[in-house]
Design a binder for this molecule. Structure first.
Ligand SMILES: [Zn+2]
Length: 226
């Protein structure tokens, strides 16, 4: 296993690193994206930490290929803003329709190249879903009829067993969001695509831990990790 660094949109103002980690054995491709919204720093930190742990050989990918883009929207991250325009409304809405932003186009092209069976998009949101069903904090979001649904439900169950504070428990949400990276990955590429949302009002270290924990559970479920 080795971690190879690449640059997405190199030679443009959008240039941002991504990492490809190949296991010794063949297996599925698995993509982790973070920083579509620049102010969701817990999820960005978690994706970077994942790359660090792999680099330090404290985590291993046994089979398949993991692609991690920790900070897709660098400009928004620098300003700590969600991003203008909202990158998560700029992905292709249908097959053969173009993305509405150069970064969405570059990321979608990368996803098209690897055809990931799993696609995780890491975000953060307001509120606790356990307290208010309208809130997206502490949720895993999938498109309806997602092939990944059973695994997502299992992961929520096992996550919640590990979280003693009931109000921090995760819930599932089924929704279509045309123009989002999740819906594009699910509907156009056929990936089992999941948006991971931690709650902003929790302590940063706790959010990072939840994000890391969820990503590792999906990596194990997909067979990439022991
Ligand atoms: Zn977001």
């Amino acid at each position: 296993m080795f971690v190879k660094k690449h640059i997405l949109s190199s030679a443009t103002s959008f240039a941002t690193p991504y990492y490809v980690i190949k296991g010794k054995l063949p297996g599925p491709a698995f993509m982790v994206v973070s920083g579509i919204h620049g102010n969701e720093t817990g999820s960005i930190r978690a994706a970077q930490e994942l790359v660090n742990l792999l680099n330090q050989r404290r985590l291993f990918i046994d089979c398949g290929t993991l692609i991690v883009i920790p900070k897709i929207n660098k400009e928004a991250y620098r300003k700590r803003i969600r991003g203008v325009p909202d990158l998560n409304r700029a992905f292709p809405r249908k097959r053969n329709t173009p993305a509405q932003h150069p970064l969405a186009a570059a990321l979608f092209l990368l996803a098209q190249r690897y055809r990931p069976s799993w696609y995780l998009d890491l975000h953060e949101a307001n509120g606790l879903s356990q307290r208010n069903p309208k809130r997206l904090g502490q949720t895993l979001i999938v498109n309806s009829e997602s092939r990944g649904l059973a695994v997502v439900k299992d992961i929520i169950k096992s996550m919640n067993r590990s979280i003693s504070i009931q109000s921090n428990h995760f819930n599932i949400r089924l929704r279509e969001l045309p123009g989002s990276s999740r819906t594009a990955a699910a509907r156009i590429l056929g990936a089992k695509a999941v948006t991971v949302e931690t709650c902003w009002s929790l302590e940063r270290t706790v959010r990072i831990k939840y994000q890391m924990d969820i990503v590792c559970r999906f990596l194990r479920a997909a067979g990439l990790m022991d």
